[in-house]
Design a protein around this ligand. Structure first.
Ligand SMILES: Cc1cc2nc3c(=O)[nH]c(=O)nc-3n(C[C@H](O)[C@H](O)[C@H](O)COP(=O)(O)O)c2cc1C
Length: 153
């Protein structure tokens, strides 16, 4: 059986594009070797990740990730066993940190892509359902916050 683990965490305030690129590069190399697949998402200074593979390998990797100083408040939101991997390829959707370089349109497109992705994904296990639920929560929260800011202006 394939073990799936979903967690969320808060990125370090000073996290840079370079940090993200390093994480991506390391993950690609390590996860391929360990046959761990999944998806890592970075949005509004939060990470959302689902890891899937052999239970011992996933738990061991998660222990390493938890200790990583580039993030904090690492919380497991769901775990499952499944016969079928959700992600055959290791992948990451990436939201640039420096907001002055992204247009509202690009952010909107990013959100649309996310929601589309959810529709194409069979959200059958607990870990998968919670992965999408947390992302949606993150997106909505951001919307509410920016609306409040607009009102208070
Ligand atoms: C949010 C986040 C997600 C990460 N995801 C992975 C991952 O999927 N695979 C991985 O090998 N390292 C990941 N890392 C990096 C690990 O914490 C750690 O730096 C890495 O496993 C060390 O690898 P090394 O000993 O080969 O340098 C992640 C780090 C962060 C902050």
């Amino acid at each position: 059986m394939i073990y799936q683990l979903t967690y969320t965490s808060k990125a370090l305030g000073t996290i840079s594009d370079k940090d993200i690129q390093d994480i991506l590069y390391n993950s690609k190399v390590n996860n391929d070797t360990l046959k761990i697949s999944g998806c890592l998402l970075f949005y509004n200074h939060k990470f959302y990740q689902i890891l899937e593979g052999d239970e011992a390998d996933v738990l061991h990797l998660f222990e390493l990730i938890k200790k990583d100083e580039r993030h904090s408040e690492v919380k497991i939101v769901g775990t499952s066993f499944t016969k079928k991997r959700l992600y055959k390829e290791w992948g990451m959707l990436y939201q640039p940190i420096n907001r002055s370089f992204v247009t509202e349109q690009e952010i909107e497109q990013f959100k649309q892509n996310l929601l589309l992705l959810e529709n194409f994904t069979e959200t059958s296990t607990e870990a998968e359902i919670w992965f999408w639920r947390e992302i949606k929560k993150g997106l909505l929260l951001k919307e509410v916050n920016s609306k409040e800011k607009a009102i208070n202006r």
